[in-house]
Write a protein that binds this ligand. Sequence first.
Ligand code: PGA
Length: 258
Amino acid sequence: MSTLWVGTSWKMTKTLAEARTWAEGLRDHLAQTASTAVQPFVIPSFTATTAVAGVLGEDSPALLGVQNAHWEEAGAWTGEVSVPQAKDAGAQIVEIGHSERREHFGETVATTRLKVAAALRHGLTPLLCIGESAEVKEAGGSSEFILEQARGALAGLTDEELSRVVIAYEPIWAIGENGRPATVAELIEPFAALGAEYSGRITGLLYGGSVNLDNAAALLEIEHVTGLFVGRTAWQLEGYLELLQIAEAHAEAEQIGG
Ligand code: PGA
């Protein structure tokens, strides 16, 4: 079975001191219990990237990411950060196309495609987020909508390039304070659609949106799900470590069960 990717984006939270404390806790935890079945990752704000990289250290089993990056290498793009700059700061993952960026910052399928290509060009893992609104879901178009987002962002990639991509399916209606947790039943069909197209061809197919300690185990049971992308529950280190343990238990059970 594939490695389970379990990670968190901190969105626009945490001071440097808070970031360091969280990262120290993760580093100490992983020093005691490094599981090969689970790939941890953390995506802080840009301001905390180098601090977290420094705490985790170069040989950390946890991967480090950024929440966005521009597609150009450098230049007159005020307020933006390029993939080479993110890499220089220690990032190995670039999160691309989160619904908050699509809604508030003009991210489109076209820009996600440019950013996926830029990440791959520099050897970073693109973590492509896709997800439909409540309106699209109510109209019955979820699977078609998310497949279009994914196909648009990943168009033209070679099999080798595609194999380095991680996709996170995060329905907008399930994300954040205003979201409601998705039921397992609601996720079967979208993951079947994504799995039919991408299972075995990409690095990971994650679920995100109101993941918590009560639903994580059941979400990992869904066919084609190979990880979790988590906001609020993982912002406290204890919550994140518990999620890692849930994923490890799931991986162990799968190994025993075959
Ligand atoms: P949440 O955020 O876990 O706080 O709902 C998920 C996300 O936006 O990735």
